[in-house]
Design a protein around this ligand. Structure first.
Ligand SMILES: [Zn+2]
Length: 187
C-alpha cells in the first residue's frame, strides 16, 4: 500500500465519519422537534381543557386564578433569596400580586352572591336563556323579556320564581356545599 492510498483511505473514513455524525445530528434534531411539537400539542390541549372548565364554573375560574397567584408569590419568594436580583422590583411585583389576590377574593365572593351559582347548594349555572312574554296590562299589550336560569342541581328559576327545585338541598340526601346558606334561607 502506497502512502497515497493510505492518505485517501484516511480521508474517505474521515468523510464517512463526518457524514454519520451529521446524520445522527439530524436525527436528533428531528426527534427533538417532534417531542417539542408533542409537548406543545399537549400544552394546548391542557389550556383548552382549562378554558372549558373555567367557562363551566366561574367559581373554579376564580380558584384557579388564586392558585396561579399563589404560585407566583412562591416564585417571588424563591427569587428574593437570590441576592443578585433587584429587590425593589420584586417588592413591587409582590404588592401587585397581593392586590390581584385581594381583587380575586372579592370576585369570588361576588360570584358566590351572583346568579352564577345555585343559592341553595352552590352548584354552577348550566344554562341561561331569555325569552319574550306577552300579556295585557290595563288593556295594553305589553311585552317583556324574562330570563330562565338552570343549575346543575336541577334548580330552575324564571320570572315566576323557582319552577324546579334544587335536588341537592330539598331532595332526600341534602349535600349543602356552603353551610352558610341554610335550608331556612328565604330566597
Ligand atoms: Zn342547588
Amino acid at each position: 500500500m502506497t502512502t497515497e492510498v493510505l492518505f485517501y483511505t484516511q480521508i474517505a473514513s474521515l468523510v464517512t465519519f463526518v457524514l454519520v455524525v451529521f446524520g445522527v445530528y439530524r436525527l436528533l434534531v428531528q426527534q427533538k422537534d417532534a417531542s417539542i411539537e408533542l409537548l406543545k400539542q399537549r400544552l394546548e390541549d391542557q389550556s383548552e381543557r382549562i378554558r372549558l372548565l373555567e367557562l363551566q364554573t366561574p367559581d373554579a375560574l376564580a380558584s384557579s386564578l388564586s392558585e396561579r397567584v399563589e404560585i407566583q408569590l412562591a416564585e417571588i419568594e424563591r427569587l428574593r433569596l437570590d441576592s443578585n436580583l433587584n429587590r425593589t422590583e420584586i417588592d413591587g411585583k409582590e404588592s401587585e400580586l397581593r392586590e390581584v389576590q385581594s381583587k380575586l377574593a372579592s370576585l369570588l365572593s361576588t360570584i358566590r352572591d351572583s346568579d352564577f351559582l345555585c343559592p341553595h347548594c352552590g352548584a354552577p349555572l348550566s344554562q341561561r336563556s331569555s325569552y319574550d312574554i306577552h300579556g295585557y296590562v290595563d288593556g295594553r299589550d305589553v311585552e317583556a323579556t324574562v330570563e330562565h336560569l338552570e343549575y346543575e342541581c336541577g334548580l330552575a328559576i324564571n320570572h315566576e320564581g323557582e319552577v324546579s327545585p334544587c335536588r341537592r338541598v330539598s331532595g332526600d340526601a341534602p349535600v349543602p356545599m356552603q353551610p352558610s346558606n341554610s335550608l331556612e334561607s328565604t330566597r
